[in-house]
Design a protein around this ligand. Structure first.
Ligand code: SF4
Ligand code: SF4
Length: 130
């Protein structure tokens, strides 16, 4: 059964990430969105990889985080309305790059899920306001 999408969130998040647990919009995405590389696999360890990742059945066989419907399978959904990553300390580089306030984050908040139109870039350095 498809999961209900989350409602969009208005405004910028706390740049330090204080809003992330209550938000989780960037962890709501289609399957085969978060790929893992060698360093990610080493950091995550075999047991977590077995539980939470899959290898693409065709092609070169890249490894991805497993999905639970329209969201990443690593989200801890035990508390309603909260979306903490259950593997935060060992999360893949592709997740680390989505910093609170980055273009990807802002698009995810505006859509209610991770979008497709922005590059996965880190947050721009603060620009002085005039
Ligand atoms: S969309 Fe932004 S605020 Fe929301 S969880 Fe992701 S990084 Fe944090
Ligand atoms: S691994 Fe964690 S941070 Fe990355 S998409 Fe999944 S829940 Fe979100």
């Amino acid at each position: 059964m498809p999961l209900a999408p989350l409602p969009p969130l208005a405004g910028d998040p706390d740049p330090g990430g204080a809003d992330c647990v209550d938000c989780g919009r960037c962890c709501h995405h289609g399957p085969q969105t978060v790929s893992l590389h060698d360093a990610d696999e080493r950091r995550m360890g075999e047991a977590t990889m077995k539980r939470l990742t899959i290898i693409e059945p065709r092609g070169p066989g890249f490894r991805f985080m497993k999905n639970d419907g329209d969201r990443c399978g690593a989200l801890d959904l035990s508390e309603p309305g909260k979306y903490p990553c259950a593997v935060y300390d060992v999360r893949p580089e592709g997740c680390r790059i989505v910093e609170a306030g980055s273009p990807c984050c802002l698009e995810a908040r505006a859509l209610g899920h991770l979008g497709y139109s922005v590059e996965f870039t880190r947050r721009s350095p603060a620009t002085p306001r005039s």
